[in-house]
Design a protein around this ligand. Structure first.
Ligand code: LLP
Length: 380
């Protein structure tokens, strides 16, 4: 439940973060990932609000980054350099050099072309780059096609059939310290079955390479665990215990082997809501519109992916229920948060919450239409 009395007194729109939910989430992650060799990294791409980052870092998680900017942000927050992994299909020379200088834990490398460039830049500065190869395991995560990444047709990773010579190259190179394999099959995955299939793929790969005398010091299974967008109050914290258990049960780790996770949405998704005010309730010819002071500039997920966020009127006590299209002020039709949403009768000035917006919300906000980036407030 959101604290309406507090939220009412702030200028809208803004992001509201419940740090108690975040801490409880992190505590469950810590206690349920307590298996030998398990390391959990936080995927910064989900949210880089400094207050949120500080809390996550305090729980001793590593960082998963996808740009030079994120590496700098992770270091500034106090994530240990060796706990930082760096992924992405298009790392620039400047980003690679920064990562080498910073002594990050691992480059997750997506192609032989990128590997050659990292090797060259490491040689120039007399460094050795820690490298894991991102494998495209061709596992269907059954999630939105924009956020599926583990299928053969996606741009991500190296196909399993192309892997062997690239691994050999890593092993032979003087400027590369080959660490192992990296995977990420997609995001907002709501059943554990795709993760179990991923474990089986990895088992097969390990057996194959072991028979050729190649061992992996580290396996990284990426992120992707989903959250309950439908009922955030009933399920504020994902079932991390079952999630980690799947890997413990099905993934055959070798003695001393490290297992890395890169979780984003499941860590920060449920602690955040976008809070806005009703500007106008407009009667159209066939529909009623609730026009908010927040738009896709503050939360782009509905416009970009057709994503669902639960919409609540926190201040209406009316018994009269009706259906409304909930829209923002931006001059584009896609600026819609929900159509035919059943809500108690809204009035100008009502406070509307868009729930489960802690991940890929504030961090994807834009200044389109010369709008100001949203502020954030916190509940300790
Ligand atoms: N590791 C890699 C290599 C990734 O590409 C991602 C997310 C993650 C970890 C973290 O995944 P998570 O645990 O958060 O599912 N903007 C989209 C989501 C894009 C996810 C991109 N990659 C959305 O709003 O749904």
């Amino acid at each position: 439940m959101l604290p309406t009395e507090i939220l009412k007194n702030h200028d809208t729109p803004f992001y509201y973060y419940d740090l108690e939910v975040l801490r409880r989430t992190l505590e469950l992650i810590k206690s349920s990932s307590d298996y030998p060799g398990y390391h959990v990294h936080y995927a910064l791409k989900a949210n880089v609000n400094p207050v949120i980052l500080r809390v996550v870092a305090d729980y001793g998680l590593g960082a998963d980054t996808v740009s030079g900017g994120e590496i700098v942000r992770a270091l500034e927050t106090g994530f240990a350099p060796h706990s930082i992994v760096f992924a992405g299909v298009g790392k620039s020379d400047r980003e690679i050099a920064l990562a080498l200088r910073s002594g990050i834990g691992c480059f997750n490398v997506e192609s032989s072309e990128e590997l050659a460039r990292i090797e060259e830049l490491a040689r120039e500065v007399g460094e050795t780059a820690n490298v894991a190869l991102r494998v495209n395991p061709d596992v269907d995560a059954h999630t939105h096609h924009y956020i599926t990444t583990g299928l053969a047709e996606n741009k991500f990773g190296i196909g399993m059939d192309m892997l062997e010579p690239i691994i050999q190259h890593c092993i032979d190179s003087e400027n590369i310290n080959f660490r192992g394999l990296h995977f990420h099959i997609g995001s907002q995955i709501t059943t554990l079955e795709p993760f179990r299939i991923l474990c089986e793929r990895i088992n097969g790969l390990q057996e194959y390479y072991e028979s050729r005398g190649i061992l992996f010091a580290s396996i990284n299974v990426g992120g992707g665990l989903g959250i309950d967008y439908d009922d955030p109050d009933a399920n504020p914290i994902p079932d991390f215990r079952s999630y980690f258990e799947v890997f413990h049960r099905y993934l055959q780790l070798r003695p001393g082997q490290e297992l890395h996770f890169e979780l984003g949405r499941s860590i920060v998704g449920q602690c955040g809501s976008l809070i806005s005010r009703v500007l106008y309730v407009k009667s159209g010819r066939t529909k009623k519109f609730v026009i908010l002071d927040a738009g896709f500039t503050e939360l782009i997920r509905p416009a970009l992916y057709g994503a669902y966020h639960k919409i609540q009127n926190l201040t209406s006590h009316s018994d009269i229920m009706d259906k409304y299209d909930i829209v923002g002020p931006i001059c584009e039709s896609s600026d819609t948060f929900g159509t035919d949403v059943l809500l108690p009768e809204p009035r100008r000035g009502d406070i509307i919450a868009l729930r489960s917006a802690g991940a890929y919300g504030e961090v994807m906000a834009s200044q389109y239409n010369c709008r100001t980036l949203p502020k954030s407030i916190f509940k300790e």
